[in-house]
Design a protein around this ligand. Sequence first.
Ligand SMILES: [Zn+2]
Length: 270
Amino acid sequence: MGLKIKGDLLEGDNVKFEKTPNHGGTFTPDSIVIHYTAGPSLKSAVRTLTSPRVSASAHLVIDRDGSIVQLAPFNIVTWHAGRSSYAGRKGYNNYSIGIEIVNEGVLKKSGSVFRSWSGKKYSEHEVVKAIHRNQTTEKYWHTYSEEQIETVLNICELLLANYDIKYILGHEEIAPKRKSDPGPAFPLDKIRNKLLHAGRNEDEDEEEAETGRVVAGKLNIRSKPNTSGSPVARPLRRNQKVKILEEKNGWYKVGVEVEGWVFGKYIEEE
Ligand SMILES: [Zn+2]
């Protein structure tokens, strides 16, 4: 898609600049905060975030098709985080680049369709049912498009290459009592792990990992490579496939939904 950053601005075919009057002074960002707009369209989001009557803004807004509007250069404070704290610091507007993604957030089921707070209807394939990290019950969440996820990943990569970024956070993590964005429909943990835990790239590890198959009826999976290790999950079942991550004293560290240690005799390598 050919995105790049020049002079604190994104450049690319899908990027437009629309200046917001809602901003502070210059700063050096070290974090990225991800949001949803809780609205149906780019147009309504940009209108709000550039309105002088609203004390809100962000650096970027990402449309459903992955196109981007930048509202302020990355070295200017914008107003997206509000009352917030994380890792011992308060007021994340002063540390972070704000990325708003066009997404409705929570949807309510009504018959065979799903409705946003504004009443717009969505069909089943635009909805995921999931438990938010700050909540305990399942709700319906508007999906993000692949183009949006891909674009946000690209932008985060670019920002990491151009600024000294320490954290990629959700608004829900810096203001957990007030906010639920970007919510469980957005692969925040995946993006964060991929970009910030370099040198321990989980995707690459998984590709290189050997696979095996359980050849015992029930196989305990433990926290340590010996029988004193406490179980970390229900026993594995016969023929269950596992990834072999490590070997120690005849025990294999395997990956299923969880990681833990099993006695190697009961794993047949494939
Ligand atoms: Zn937000």
